[in-house]
Design a protein around this ligand. Structure first.
Ligand code: FES
Length: 170
């Protein structure tokens, strides 16, 4: 970015973006990695995040938004620390994805697009996440879980709860 223009990102991430943009012959090729890194740091793609990325890549905000909206792992509003995405597209649906989704609703006491009051979990119903042969499939942040049955749900939730507690104690 131009010297003197303030970044909303941490100095480390801003420096990383400066390098990334120079790495590709066509600047916009850096868009997806930048969106992922930005989301990891900011939690979601806010207006300010989209505006800065657009500026850095000489794109319009609409162009950034159009690309970002195609990817289910990118989000435009805050999510829980662990964002649980349950695929209910055709292959997963035929193998019981809605039973899995319902079990997550019961376990977390939230509906899709909701976040638990402690901010630990959010739940989303999403389109295909590319694991159709192993459905029902879910994604928790960057972790894939496949062939999920409703009975697996308490263990998955408990695993992430334990992980959060362990990380909190470090
Ligand atoms: S249909 Fe669920 S992963 Fe493709």
């Amino acid at each position: 970015m131009k010297p003197g223009v303030a970044s909303i990102f941490s100095p480390t991430l801003a420096a990383r973006f400066d390098v990334l943009v120079e790495k590709y012959p066509v600047k916009r090729s850096a868009l997806i990695p930048m969106l992922l890194y930005a989301q990891d740091e900011a939690g979601y793609l806010s207006e300010a995040v989209i505006a800065e990325i657009a500026r850095r890549l000489s794109l319009t905000e609409l162009e950034v938004r159009n690309v970002a909206s195609y990817y289910s792992m990118l989000r435009f509003k805050p999510a829980g620390r662990y964002n649980i995405q349950v695929c209910t597209n055709i292959c997963c649906m035929l193998k019981g994805a809605y039973d899995v989704l319902d079990r997550f609703r019961e376990e977390l006491h939230i509906d899709p697009n909701g976040t638990t009051p402690d901010g630990l979990f959010s739940l989303e119903e999403v389109e295909c996440i590319g694991a159709c042969c192993w459905g029902p499939a879910i994604q928790v942040n960057y972790d894939f879980h496949d062939e999920i049955k409703p009975d697996h749900v308490p263990g998955i939730v408990g695993g992430y709860r334990g992980k959060a507690q362990a990380e909190g104690k470090k």
